[in-house]
Design a protein around this ligand. Structure first.
Ligand code: PMP
Length: 488
Protein backbone atom coordinates (compact mmCIF):
# COMPACT_ATOMS: atom_id res chain seq x y z
CA UNK A 1 0.00 0.00 0.00
CA UNK A 2 1.32 3.48 -0.84
CA UNK A 3 2.35 6.06 1.71
CA UNK A 4 -0.85 8.03 1.51
CA UNK A 5 -2.83 4.97 2.41
CA UNK A 6 -0.67 4.43 5.44
CA UNK A 7 -1.06 8.01 6.53
CA UNK A 8 -4.79 7.77 6.12
CA UNK A 9 -4.90 4.50 8.00
CA UNK A 10 -3.31 6.16 10.99
CA UNK A 11 -5.71 9.09 10.66
CA UNK A 12 -8.54 6.64 10.69
CA UNK A 13 -7.10 4.83 13.66
CA UNK A 14 -7.00 8.03 15.63
CA UNK A 15 -10.57 8.79 14.53
CA UNK A 16 -11.54 5.32 15.67
CA UNK A 17 -9.73 5.84 18.96
CA UNK A 18 -11.57 9.05 19.61
CA UNK A 19 -14.81 7.27 18.77
CA UNK A 20 -13.84 4.64 21.34
CA UNK A 21 -13.10 7.33 23.86
CA UNK A 22 -16.48 8.83 23.09
CA UNK A 23 -18.03 5.43 23.61
CA UNK A 24 -16.64 5.21 27.12
CA UNK A 25 -17.15 8.84 28.06
CA UNK A 26 -20.56 9.48 26.61
CA UNK A 27 -23.36 7.36 27.75
CA UNK A 28 -26.56 8.08 25.92
CA UNK A 29 -26.48 11.83 25.78
CA UNK A 30 -26.94 14.05 22.78
CA UNK A 31 -23.26 14.63 22.08
CA UNK A 32 -22.20 14.93 18.49
CA UNK A 33 -18.93 13.53 17.35
CA UNK A 34 -16.63 15.68 15.28
CA UNK A 35 -14.74 14.09 12.45
CA UNK A 36 -11.92 15.18 10.27
CA UNK A 37 -12.96 16.32 6.80
CA UNK A 38 -12.36 13.60 4.26
CA UNK A 39 -10.46 14.63 1.16
CA UNK A 40 -12.21 12.48 -1.37
CA UNK A 41 -9.35 12.71 -3.85
CA UNK A 42 -6.52 11.93 -1.50
CA UNK A 43 -6.45 8.16 -1.80
CA UNK A 44 -7.45 6.95 -5.15
CA UNK A 45 -4.83 5.89 -7.68
CA UNK A 46 -1.92 5.71 -5.27
CA UNK A 47 -1.89 2.08 -4.32
CA UNK A 48 0.20 -0.85 -5.36
CA UNK A 49 -1.41 -3.49 -7.52
CA UNK A 50 -3.59 -5.72 -5.35
CA UNK A 51 -2.55 -9.27 -4.74
CA UNK A 52 -5.13 -11.92 -5.55
CA UNK A 53 -6.03 -13.84 -2.42
CA UNK A 54 -5.33 -17.56 -2.48
CA UNK A 55 -8.88 -18.19 -1.30
CA UNK A 56 -10.27 -21.69 -1.06
CA UNK A 57 -13.94 -22.44 -0.60
CA UNK A 58 -13.94 -26.13 0.25
CA UNK A 59 -16.02 -25.94 3.43
CA UNK A 60 -18.51 -23.52 1.89
CA UNK A 61 -18.94 -25.86 -1.08
CA UNK A 62 -19.55 -28.84 1.17
CA UNK A 63 -22.07 -26.95 3.25
CA UNK A 64 -23.84 -25.76 0.12
CA UNK A 65 -24.13 -29.33 -1.16
CA UNK A 66 -25.71 -30.34 2.16
CA UNK A 67 -27.94 -27.27 2.19
CA UNK A 68 -29.27 -28.04 -1.28
CA UNK A 69 -30.67 -31.32 0.02
CA UNK A 70 -32.73 -29.73 2.79
CA UNK A 71 -33.21 -26.02 2.05
CA UNK A 72 -34.79 -24.85 -1.22
CA UNK A 73 -31.94 -23.49 -3.33
CA UNK A 74 -29.64 -24.08 -0.37
CA UNK A 75 -30.38 -20.67 1.16
CA UNK A 76 -32.99 -19.10 3.41
CA UNK A 77 -33.38 -15.96 1.27
CA UNK A 78 -32.94 -15.94 -2.53
CA UNK A 79 -30.34 -13.21 -3.14
CA UNK A 80 -27.87 -14.99 -0.86
CA UNK A 81 -27.61 -17.77 -3.44
CA UNK A 82 -25.26 -15.63 -5.60
CA UNK A 83 -26.78 -17.20 -8.71
CA UNK A 84 -26.92 -13.99 -10.72
CA UNK A 85 -23.23 -13.34 -10.17
CA UNK A 86 -22.38 -16.84 -11.28
CA UNK A 87 -21.15 -18.68 -8.25
CA UNK A 88 -22.14 -20.66 -5.18
CA UNK A 89 -22.92 -18.87 -1.94
CA UNK A 90 -20.25 -18.43 0.68
CA UNK A 91 -21.03 -19.60 4.19
CA UNK A 92 -20.02 -17.11 6.85
CA UNK A 93 -18.73 -18.18 10.24
CA UNK A 94 -18.17 -14.94 12.16
CA UNK A 95 -17.74 -11.24 11.67
CA UNK A 96 -16.16 -8.27 13.34
CA UNK A 97 -16.44 -4.56 12.58
CA UNK A 98 -16.49 -4.15 8.78
CA UNK A 99 -15.21 -7.69 8.14
CA UNK A 100 -16.76 -11.12 7.73
CA UNK A 101 -14.93 -14.43 7.89
CA UNK A 102 -16.19 -17.49 6.07
CA UNK A 103 -16.09 -21.19 6.95
CA UNK A 104 -12.79 -21.52 5.06
CA UNK A 105 -11.31 -18.67 7.14
CA UNK A 106 -11.26 -16.19 4.26
CA UNK A 107 -11.67 -12.58 5.29
CA UNK A 108 -13.91 -10.10 3.47
CA UNK A 109 -14.59 -6.43 3.74
CA UNK A 110 -18.36 -6.51 4.06
CA UNK A 111 -20.62 -4.22 2.01
CA UNK A 112 -23.78 -6.22 2.69
CA UNK A 113 -23.95 -5.53 6.42
CA UNK A 114 -26.83 -7.99 6.76
CA UNK A 115 -28.60 -5.92 4.08
CA UNK A 116 -28.36 -2.74 6.10
CA UNK A 117 -28.98 -3.88 9.66
CA UNK A 118 -25.36 -3.62 10.79
CA UNK A 119 -24.92 0.13 10.56
CA UNK A 120 -22.36 0.04 13.39
CA UNK A 121 -20.52 -2.91 11.87
CA UNK A 122 -20.49 -6.43 13.25
CA UNK A 123 -20.24 -7.27 16.95
CA UNK A 124 -20.45 -3.68 18.09
CA UNK A 125 -19.57 -3.81 21.80
CA UNK A 126 -22.65 -1.85 22.89
CA UNK A 127 -25.00 -4.09 20.95
CA UNK A 128 -23.32 -7.29 22.10
CA UNK A 129 -23.34 -6.20 25.76
CA UNK A 130 -27.03 -5.31 25.54
CA UNK A 131 -27.88 -8.72 24.11
CA UNK A 132 -25.78 -10.50 26.73
CA UNK A 133 -27.53 -8.62 29.51
CA UNK A 134 -31.00 -9.17 28.09
CA UNK A 135 -30.53 -12.88 27.44
CA UNK A 136 -30.08 -13.54 31.15
CA UNK A 137 -33.63 -12.35 31.77
CA UNK A 138 -35.23 -14.76 29.23
CA UNK A 139 -35.32 -14.92 25.46
CA UNK A 140 -39.05 -14.17 25.27
CA UNK A 141 -41.90 -13.34 27.65
CA UNK A 142 -45.04 -13.29 25.52
CA UNK A 143 -46.05 -10.43 27.82
CA UNK A 144 -45.16 -6.73 27.69
CA UNK A 145 -41.74 -5.58 28.86
CA UNK A 146 -40.00 -2.27 29.56
CA UNK A 147 -37.74 -2.40 26.49
CA UNK A 148 -40.78 -2.31 24.17
CA UNK A 149 -41.96 0.96 25.74
CA UNK A 150 -38.49 2.44 25.57
CA UNK A 151 -38.16 1.41 21.94
CA UNK A 152 -41.53 2.92 20.99
CA UNK A 153 -40.66 6.17 22.78
CA UNK A 154 -37.23 6.38 21.18
CA UNK A 155 -38.41 5.70 17.64
CA UNK A 156 -41.21 8.28 17.98
CA UNK A 157 -38.70 10.81 19.31
CA UNK A 158 -36.28 10.25 16.41
CA UNK A 159 -38.91 10.22 13.65
CA UNK A 160 -41.33 13.11 14.26
CA UNK A 161 -44.05 11.76 11.93
CA UNK A 162 -44.50 8.82 14.30
CA UNK A 163 -47.01 9.32 17.09
CA UNK A 164 -47.53 5.61 17.71
CA UNK A 165 -45.65 2.54 16.60
CA UNK A 166 -46.20 -1.24 16.58
CA UNK A 167 -43.25 -3.64 16.64
CA UNK A 168 -43.28 -6.69 14.37
CA UNK A 169 -40.65 -9.23 13.34
CA UNK A 170 -39.61 -8.23 9.82
CA UNK A 171 -39.88 -5.53 7.20
CA UNK A 172 -42.30 -7.73 5.29
CA UNK A 173 -44.66 -7.83 8.24
CA UNK A 174 -44.37 -4.08 8.76
CA UNK A 175 -45.32 -3.26 5.14
CA UNK A 176 -48.03 -5.90 4.95
CA UNK A 177 -49.61 -4.58 8.14
CA UNK A 178 -49.31 -0.95 7.06
CA UNK A 179 -51.31 -1.51 3.88
CA UNK A 180 -53.96 -3.50 5.75
CA UNK A 181 -54.29 -0.56 8.10
CA UNK A 182 -54.40 1.94 5.22
CA UNK A 183 -57.12 -0.05 3.50
CA UNK A 184 -59.16 -0.26 6.68
CA UNK A 185 -58.69 3.43 7.51
CA UNK A 186 -59.59 4.75 4.06
CA UNK A 187 -62.13 2.00 3.28
CA UNK A 188 -60.49 1.70 -0.15
CA UNK A 189 -58.71 -1.21 -1.81
CA UNK A 190 -56.10 -0.06 -4.32
CA UNK A 191 -52.43 0.31 -3.41
CA UNK A 192 -49.99 2.28 -5.55
CA UNK A 193 -46.39 1.12 -5.56
CA UNK A 194 -43.51 1.70 -7.96
CA UNK A 195 -41.69 -0.62 -10.34
CA UNK A 196 -38.50 -1.96 -8.80
CA UNK A 197 -39.56 -1.15 -5.24
CA UNK A 198 -39.64 -4.07 -2.83
CA UNK A 199 -41.80 -3.99 0.26
CA UNK A 200 -41.32 -7.55 1.45
CA UNK A 201 -42.85 -10.69 0.07
CA UNK A 202 -46.53 -10.31 1.00
CA UNK A 203 -48.74 -11.23 -1.97
CA UNK A 204 -49.87 -7.66 -2.65
CA UNK A 205 -46.30 -6.47 -3.19
CA UNK A 206 -45.10 -9.11 -5.62
CA UNK A 207 -45.76 -6.92 -8.62
CA UNK A 208 -42.65 -5.61 -10.40
CA UNK A 209 -40.95 -5.91 -7.07
CA UNK A 210 -37.23 -5.42 -7.82
CA UNK A 211 -34.67 -6.95 -5.48
CA UNK A 212 -34.54 -10.75 -5.46
CA UNK A 213 -37.24 -11.02 -8.11
CA UNK A 214 -35.39 -8.70 -10.47
CA UNK A 215 -32.20 -10.61 -9.78
CA UNK A 216 -33.96 -13.81 -10.80
CA UNK A 217 -35.60 -12.06 -13.76
CA UNK A 218 -39.20 -12.46 -12.56
CA UNK A 219 -41.71 -9.68 -12.05
CA UNK A 220 -44.32 -11.43 -9.96
CA UNK A 221 -44.73 -14.74 -8.20
CA UNK A 222 -46.86 -17.79 -8.80
CA UNK A 223 -49.08 -18.26 -5.78
CA UNK A 224 -49.84 -14.55 -5.43
CA UNK A 225 -53.52 -14.56 -6.50
CA UNK A 226 -54.32 -12.30 -9.42
CA UNK A 227 -57.47 -11.17 -7.62
CA UNK A 228 -55.14 -9.63 -5.05
CA UNK A 229 -52.24 -8.41 -7.21
CA UNK A 230 -54.62 -6.56 -9.50
CA UNK A 231 -55.39 -4.32 -6.54
CA UNK A 232 -51.77 -3.16 -6.70
CA UNK A 233 -50.96 -0.54 -9.31
CA UNK A 234 -47.24 -0.51 -10.05
CA UNK A 235 -46.06 2.69 -11.72
CA UNK A 236 -42.65 3.85 -12.96
CA UNK A 237 -40.58 5.47 -10.21
CA UNK A 238 -39.96 9.20 -10.55
CA UNK A 239 -42.73 9.48 -13.17
CA UNK A 240 -45.07 12.25 -12.03
CA UNK A 241 -47.25 12.04 -15.15
CA UNK A 242 -48.00 8.36 -14.59
CA UNK A 243 -48.77 9.08 -10.97
CA UNK A 244 -51.10 11.98 -11.75
CA UNK A 245 -52.86 9.91 -14.38
CA UNK A 246 -53.43 7.02 -11.96
CA UNK A 247 -54.94 9.40 -9.42
CA UNK A 248 -56.98 11.18 -12.06
CA UNK A 249 -58.62 7.86 -12.91
CA UNK A 250 -58.87 6.18 -9.53
CA UNK A 251 -58.35 8.70 -6.74
CA UNK A 252 -61.38 7.57 -4.74
CA UNK A 253 -60.25 3.92 -4.84
CA UNK A 254 -56.61 4.39 -3.81
CA UNK A 255 -55.96 3.59 -0.15
CA UNK A 256 -52.25 4.38 -0.15
CA UNK A 257 -49.05 5.04 -1.97
CA UNK A 258 -46.27 2.87 -0.57
CA UNK A 259 -42.83 3.96 -1.68
CA UNK A 260 -39.19 3.34 -1.04
CA UNK A 261 -38.35 7.03 -0.55
CA UNK A 262 -34.87 6.19 -1.77
CA UNK A 263 -34.91 2.92 -3.69
CA UNK A 264 -32.50 0.26 -2.53
CA UNK A 265 -34.07 -2.73 -4.21
CA UNK A 266 -33.43 -1.96 -7.85
CA UNK A 267 -29.93 -0.90 -7.03
CA UNK A 268 -29.87 2.54 -5.45
CA UNK A 269 -32.16 5.10 -7.10
CA UNK A 270 -32.86 8.56 -5.72
CA UNK A 271 -36.18 10.37 -6.12
CA UNK A 272 -36.62 13.77 -7.74
CA UNK A 273 -38.00 16.59 -5.59
CA UNK A 274 -40.91 16.86 -7.99
CA UNK A 275 -41.76 13.18 -7.50
CA UNK A 276 -41.80 13.53 -3.71
CA UNK A 277 -43.92 16.68 -3.90
CA UNK A 278 -46.31 15.00 -6.29
CA UNK A 279 -46.85 12.01 -3.98
CA UNK A 280 -47.40 14.24 -0.97
CA UNK A 281 -49.84 16.47 -2.87
CA UNK A 282 -51.86 13.67 -4.42
CA UNK A 283 -52.24 11.87 -1.10
CA UNK A 284 -53.29 15.06 0.64
CA UNK A 285 -55.87 15.92 -2.01
CA UNK A 286 -57.31 12.43 -2.41
CA UNK A 287 -57.30 11.20 1.18
CA UNK A 288 -54.95 8.30 0.32
CA UNK A 289 -52.25 7.62 2.89
CA UNK A 290 -48.58 8.10 2.10
CA UNK A 291 -46.51 5.20 3.41
CA UNK A 292 -42.74 5.64 3.49
CA UNK A 293 -41.08 2.24 3.48
CA UNK A 294 -37.92 3.08 5.37
CA UNK A 295 -36.91 -0.50 6.09
CA UNK A 296 -33.57 0.21 4.37
CA UNK A 297 -33.26 3.96 4.72
CA UNK A 298 -34.51 4.38 8.30
CA UNK A 299 -31.85 5.57 10.78
CA UNK A 300 -29.29 5.15 7.97
CA UNK A 301 -29.43 7.89 5.32
CA UNK A 302 -30.05 10.34 8.17
CA UNK A 303 -30.96 9.68 11.79
CA UNK A 304 -34.60 10.46 10.98
CA UNK A 305 -34.41 8.50 7.70
CA UNK A 306 -35.27 9.62 4.19
CA UNK A 307 -38.24 11.58 5.51
CA UNK A 308 -35.83 13.82 7.41
CA UNK A 309 -33.88 14.44 4.19
CA UNK A 310 -37.08 15.03 2.20
CA UNK A 311 -38.71 17.11 4.95
CA UNK A 312 -41.83 15.01 4.55
CA UNK A 313 -44.19 13.74 7.24
CA UNK A 314 -45.69 10.55 5.83
CA UNK A 315 -48.93 9.23 7.30
CA UNK A 316 -47.34 5.87 8.02
CA UNK A 317 -43.75 4.59 7.92
CA UNK A 318 -42.24 1.11 7.95
CA UNK A 319 -38.94 0.13 9.51
CA UNK A 320 -36.72 -2.90 10.03
CA UNK A 321 -33.02 -3.69 9.82
CA UNK A 322 -31.24 -0.95 11.89
CA UNK A 323 -33.87 -0.98 14.65
CA UNK A 324 -33.08 -4.63 15.40
CA UNK A 325 -29.27 -4.39 15.56
CA UNK A 326 -29.11 -7.60 13.50
CA UNK A 327 -31.96 -9.41 15.24
CA UNK A 328 -35.29 -10.02 13.48
CA UNK A 329 -37.36 -6.86 13.83
CA UNK A 330 -39.75 -4.63 11.96
CA UNK A 331 -42.01 -1.76 12.97
CA UNK A 332 -44.72 0.38 11.48
CA UNK A 333 -46.03 3.61 12.85
CA UNK A 334 -47.39 7.04 12.11
CA UNK A 335 -50.39 9.24 12.77
CA UNK A 336 -52.15 8.45 16.02
CA UNK A 337 -55.63 8.72 14.50
CA UNK A 338 -54.60 6.02 12.01
CA UNK A 339 -52.60 3.77 14.34
CA UNK A 340 -55.45 3.74 16.88
CA UNK A 341 -57.34 1.47 14.49
CA UNK A 342 -54.98 -1.43 15.23
CA UNK A 343 -56.16 -4.18 17.58
CA UNK A 344 -56.66 -4.23 20.49
CA UNK A 345 -57.31 -0.45 20.46
CA UNK A 346 -59.18 -0.78 17.18
CA UNK A 347 -60.42 -3.58 14.99
CA UNK A 348 -57.64 -3.98 12.38
CA UNK A 349 -56.09 -7.27 13.36
CA UNK A 350 -52.33 -7.73 13.54
CA UNK A 351 -50.42 -9.80 16.09
CA UNK A 352 -47.15 -11.65 16.71
CA UNK A 353 -45.93 -14.29 19.17
CA UNK A 354 -42.41 -12.86 19.21
CA UNK A 355 -43.21 -9.20 18.44
CA UNK A 356 -41.21 -6.86 20.67
CA UNK A 357 -38.88 -9.72 21.53
CA UNK A 358 -36.63 -8.68 24.44
CA UNK A 359 -33.35 -9.60 22.73
CA UNK A 360 -34.31 -7.76 19.56
CA UNK A 361 -35.43 -4.72 21.57
CA UNK A 362 -32.19 -4.71 23.56
CA UNK A 363 -30.02 -4.93 20.44
CA UNK A 364 -32.05 -2.31 18.58
CA UNK A 365 -32.16 0.08 21.51
CA UNK A 366 -28.40 -0.20 22.00
CA UNK A 367 -27.78 0.50 18.32
CA UNK A 368 -30.19 3.45 18.19
CA UNK A 369 -28.85 4.93 21.43
CA UNK A 370 -25.31 4.72 20.16
CA UNK A 371 -26.37 6.45 16.94
CA UNK A 372 -28.13 9.11 18.95
CA UNK A 373 -25.09 9.75 21.13
CA UNK A 374 -22.56 9.76 18.32
CA UNK A 375 -24.49 10.96 15.25
CA UNK A 376 -22.08 9.43 12.74
CA UNK A 377 -24.06 10.54 9.67
CA UNK A 378 -21.78 13.28 8.35
CA UNK A 379 -18.83 10.93 8.39
CA UNK A 380 -20.88 8.09 6.92
CA UNK A 381 -21.84 10.45 4.09
CA UNK A 382 -18.23 11.42 3.49
CA UNK A 383 -16.97 7.84 3.44
CA UNK A 384 -19.77 6.89 1.04
CA UNK A 385 -18.95 9.81 -1.21
CA UNK A 386 -15.28 8.90 -1.19
CA UNK A 387 -16.21 5.44 -2.40
CA UNK A 388 -18.75 6.63 -4.98
CA UNK A 389 -16.41 9.21 -6.49
CA UNK A 390 -13.56 6.72 -6.57
CA UNK A 391 -15.67 4.20 -8.49
CA UNK A 392 -16.62 6.86 -11.04
CA UNK A 393 -13.05 8.03 -11.49
CA UNK A 394 -11.79 4.52 -12.10
CA UNK A 395 -14.38 3.74 -14.77
CA UNK A 396 -13.66 7.07 -16.45
CA UNK A 397 -9.89 6.48 -16.72
CA UNK A 398 -8.81 6.84 -20.31
CA UNK A 399 -7.54 3.29 -20.62
CA UNK A 400 -10.67 1.84 -18.98
CA UNK A 401 -13.50 4.11 -20.24
CA UNK A 402 -16.41 1.91 -19.22
CA UNK A 403 -19.79 3.68 -18.98
CA UNK A 404 -20.70 3.63 -15.31
CA UNK A 405 -23.45 5.24 -13.25
CA UNK A 406 -22.86 5.51 -9.53
CA UNK A 407 -25.69 6.42 -7.19
CA UNK A 408 -25.23 7.09 -3.51
CA UNK A 409 -26.73 8.49 -0.32
CA UNK A 410 -25.10 8.32 3.12
CA UNK A 411 -24.47 4.67 3.91
CA UNK A 412 -25.69 3.26 0.58
CA UNK A 413 -24.13 3.04 -2.88
CA UNK A 414 -24.68 1.25 -6.21
CA UNK A 415 -22.84 1.08 -9.49
CA UNK A 416 -24.46 0.27 -12.82
CA UNK A 417 -22.60 -0.42 -16.03
CA UNK A 418 -24.71 1.74 -18.34
CA UNK A 419 -24.42 5.12 -20.03
CA UNK A 420 -28.01 6.05 -19.07
CA UNK A 421 -28.62 7.87 -15.79
CA UNK A 422 -30.46 5.45 -13.52
CA UNK A 423 -33.68 7.10 -12.39
CA UNK A 424 -36.14 4.22 -12.46
CA UNK A 425 -36.33 0.46 -12.80
CA UNK A 426 -36.36 0.59 -16.60
CA UNK A 427 -33.11 2.52 -16.75
CA UNK A 428 -31.60 0.22 -14.10
CA UNK A 429 -32.39 -2.70 -16.39
CA UNK A 430 -30.25 -1.19 -19.19
CA UNK A 431 -27.08 -2.05 -17.29
CA UNK A 432 -24.66 -4.79 -18.21
CA UNK A 433 -25.35 -7.44 -15.57
CA UNK A 434 -22.81 -9.82 -17.06
CA UNK A 435 -20.03 -7.30 -16.52
CA UNK A 436 -21.39 -6.71 -13.02
CA UNK A 437 -21.08 -10.45 -12.33
CA UNK A 438 -17.47 -10.50 -13.55
CA UNK A 439 -16.52 -7.49 -11.48
CA UNK A 440 -18.35 -8.94 -8.47
CA UNK A 441 -16.34 -12.16 -8.71
CA UNK A 442 -13.15 -10.10 -9.09
CA UNK A 443 -14.00 -8.14 -5.96
CA UNK A 444 -14.67 -11.32 -4.04
CA UNK A 445 -11.31 -12.79 -5.05
CA UNK A 446 -9.75 -9.64 -3.68
CA UNK A 447 -11.54 -9.88 -0.35
CA UNK A 448 -14.46 -7.53 -0.99
CA UNK A 449 -17.95 -8.88 -0.27
CA UNK A 450 -20.24 -6.68 -2.39
CA UNK A 451 -24.00 -7.51 -2.54
CA UNK A 452 -24.30 -10.43 -4.95
CA UNK A 453 -26.87 -8.71 -7.15
CA UNK A 454 -26.94 -5.77 -9.49
CA UNK A 455 -30.32 -4.88 -8.07
CA UNK A 456 -29.34 -4.36 -4.46
CA UNK A 457 -27.64 -1.43 -2.83
CA UNK A 458 -24.34 -1.86 -1.02
CA UNK A 459 -24.27 -0.76 2.62
CA UNK A 460 -21.49 1.10 4.37
CA UNK A 461 -21.16 0.99 8.13
CA UNK A 462 -19.81 3.58 10.54
CA UNK A 463 -16.69 1.42 11.02
CA UNK A 464 -15.73 1.39 7.36
CA UNK A 465 -12.61 3.54 7.22
CA UNK A 466 -10.93 5.51 4.49
CA UNK A 467 -8.35 2.75 4.29
CA UNK A 468 -11.19 0.27 3.69
CA UNK A 469 -12.53 2.44 0.89
CA UNK A 470 -9.05 2.63 -0.55
CA UNK A 471 -8.73 -1.16 -0.47
CA UNK A 472 -12.11 -1.42 -2.20
CA UNK A 473 -11.20 1.01 -4.96
CA UNK A 474 -7.94 -0.75 -5.65
CA UNK A 475 -9.81 -4.06 -5.87
CA UNK A 476 -12.50 -2.50 -8.07
CA UNK A 477 -9.96 -1.14 -10.52
CA UNK A 478 -8.15 -4.46 -10.78
CA UNK A 479 -11.42 -6.39 -11.13
CA UNK A 480 -12.76 -4.05 -13.79
CA UNK A 481 -9.52 -4.14 -15.77
CA UNK A 482 -9.48 -7.94 -15.61
CA UNK A 483 -13.16 -8.13 -16.63
CA UNK A 484 -12.81 -5.90 -19.67
CA UNK A 485 -9.53 -7.54 -20.69
CA UNK A 486 -11.36 -10.87 -20.83
CA UNK A 487 -14.10 -9.23 -22.89
CA UNK A 488 -11.67 -7.98 -25.52
N1 PMP B 1 -38.99 -3.05 2.50
C1 PMP B 1 -37.79 -2.75 2.03
C2 PMP B 1 -37.53 -1.38 1.47
C3 PMP B 1 -36.76 -3.69 2.07
O1 PMP B 1 -35.56 -3.39 1.60
C4 PMP B 1 -37.02 -4.96 2.62
C5 PMP B 1 -35.97 -6.05 2.68
N2 PMP B 1 -34.82 -5.85 2.02
C6 PMP B 1 -38.31 -5.23 3.09
C7 PMP B 1 -39.26 -4.25 3.03
C8 PMP B 1 -38.63 -6.54 3.69
O2 PMP B 1 -37.95 -6.69 4.91
P1 PMP B 1 -37.66 -8.15 5.51
O3 PMP B 1 -36.67 -8.80 4.62
O4 PMP B 1 -37.16 -7.87 6.88
O5 PMP B 1 -38.95 -8.87 5.54
Amino acid sequence: MGSNATADKSADKSADKSADKDKSEKSQGDNTETHEKVDIHSLHGKAKAPVLQPFTYERSSKLFARALERIPGGVNSPVRACKSVGREPIFMAHADGPHMFDEDKNRYLDYVGSWGAMILGHCHPRVMEAIETAVRNSTSFGAPSRAEVEMAELICEIVPSLEMVRMVNSGTEACMSAIRLARAFTKRSLIVKFDGCYHGHADSFLVKAGSGLATLGISSSPGAPEELTKLTLSLPYNDVDALREAFAKKSDEIAAIIVEPIVGNAGLITPSDEFIKCMVGLCKDSGALLIYDEVMTGFRVAFGGAQELHKVKPDLSCFGKVIGGGLPVGAYGGRKDVMEHIAPQGSVYQAGTLSGNPLAMAAGLAQLRFLKANKPYARLGEITELLANGLKEIAAKEDIAVPLQVTHVPGMVSFFFTDKPVTDFESALTCDTELFGKVWRGLLERGIYWPPSQFESAFISTVHSKADVHETLVAFEASLRAAIAKDK
